[in-house]
Design a protein around this ligand. Structure first.
Ligand SMILES: Nc1ncnc2c1ncn2[C@@H]1O[C@H](COP(=O)(O)OP(=O)(O)O)[C@@H](O)[C@H]1O
Ligand SMILES: [Mg+2]
Length: 372
């Protein structure tokens, strides 16, 4: 029997999306193909402590959110003499775990913005998902829009203000927005998610309060033209060429002005989903093409969910944002869209791990210095 591939399932994390990660990771562990893979669960608690968790004990808990057992041994990443990645217990004599590939089932800042990916690169690890650059750009709403626009994707008009600009001359920030945009406008922190700090402004008098709140979350804020939009999402899986799923549509309930934090997480009836989205065949293939173009333009790897606005007036698709580590429970949009497109959740997990190993091998084979 060949040895199983040892998959470190990283979960938790210090971001605001810690709880989402616990749910995603519970699903991944439950559906990981145990005939090929051996899980090495590694939790990161809210204080940033890394711990080696016991897969059997986690399985027994059978919880919807994967627990973090506080007494589990603390570990750090280490590299053995032959370059193998190790989960090494801190101070203790307990055995070290060799790791073949890391599945970062974590979301948000420091988890999907390139920081963790850089750490894993330094440790020489194979890992699921995008590398440092695509992760960082994917998280940065302004950079992502600039690059996809260069690749030909329509993007709603917007202006950008920094906290310094705003502190120095708030009237100039408002004037620049008013000169370029019509109401309503959406105010959003550049590097957040989950609609945190996002505001819909219908009167310019309300811009200041919206900016004050958005600047509490980031030093860079986008002021964006509101689109009378249907919200369409596509899941993209890496490949040559990349594969785009059936698109889905998210409809925030009429009680919500937009797909806000409340609609996403606090209101059980906050939104309904159409999968597949009710699009014409042409619209479906257009949005799939746009999603693949965005994935390629940002040099993503592994997976990404690409979110669009379909303008009810003009009928055009606008790129809104890309998520390089989207929510990943068995009922999250990314896995559901892949499933509806013929790739069930367990096979999706397997494919993502294979892609991570392929990408790692490809990069390892590159020369690192001049060899004539
Ligand atoms: N330009 C816009 N036009 C219409 N609705 C928008 C616009 N920008 C954001 N929204 C609404 O706000 C939500 C959150 O904005 P988004 O840019 O997706 O940020 P997040 O990363 O927090 O999800 C969107 O899903 C949509 O409902
Ligand atoms: Mg969004």
């Amino acid at each position: 029997m060949t040895e199983k591939t040892r998959v470190a399932v990283l979960y938790g994390g210090k971001s605001g999306e810690h709880e989402v990660s616990l749910k995603s990771a519970a699903s991944v562990l439950r559906h990981l193909d145990r005939s090929r893979f051996e899980p090495v669960p590694i939790s990161i608690d809210k204080q940033g402590r890394w711990q080696r968790q016991d897969a059997r004990r986690l399985a027994e808990s059978n919880a919807e959110s994967l627990p973090i057992f506080a007494e589990a041994p603390e570990i750090r990443l280490a590299i053995s003499g032959n370059g193998t990645l190790l989960a090494a217990p801190v101070g203790g004599a307990a055995t070290q775990d060799a790791i073949d590939v890391v599945f970062p089932v974590i979301h948000g800042p420091l988890c999907e913005d390139g920081a963790m990916q850089g750490l894993l690169d330094l440790a020489g690890a194979a890992y699921v998902g995008s590398g440092v650059m695509a992760s960082a750009i994917g998280m940065h709403k302004d950079m992502a829009k600039r690059l996809v626009a260069l690749a030909g994707l329509p993007v709603a008009p917007y202006t950008v203000a920094t906290k310094r600009d705003y502190a120095r001359d708030p009237a100039a920030v408002a004037a620049a927005a008013q000169a370029k945009l019509a109401l309503p406008a959406f105010i959003k922190p550049c590097n957040m998610g989950s609609s945190v700090g996002v505001h819909k402004v219908k009167r310019w008098e309300d811009l200041g309060a919206a900016l004050d709140d958005a600047f509490a979350y980031d030093t860079r804020v986008l002021i964006e033209q509101g689109v009378d939009a249907r919200e369409i999402e596509v899941a993209v899986l890496d490949g040559d060429p990349p594969f785009a799923s059936m698109a889905s549509e998210l409809n925030a309930g009429p009680q919500h002005e937009f797909y806000s934090y409340e609609a996403k997480y606090l209101d059980a009836d906050g939104a309904t989903v159409d999968l597949p989205a009710k699009l014409t065949a042409e619209q479906m293939s257009r949005v799939q093409e746009l999603a693949k173009t965005a994935f390629t333009a940002l040099e993503c790897s592994g997976l990404a969910r690409v979110d669009f606005f379909l303008d009810r007036q003009g009928g055009e698709f606008y790129f809104n944002e890309i998520n390089t580590l989207p929510g990943f429970t068995a009922i999250s949009m990314y896995p559901k869209m892949m499933e509806a497109s013929g790739l069930p959740y367990p096979a999706l997990i397997t494919r993502l791990i294979e892609l991570a190993l392929e990408r790692h091998a490809e990069r390892r084979a590159l020369k690192t210095d001049y060899q004539g």
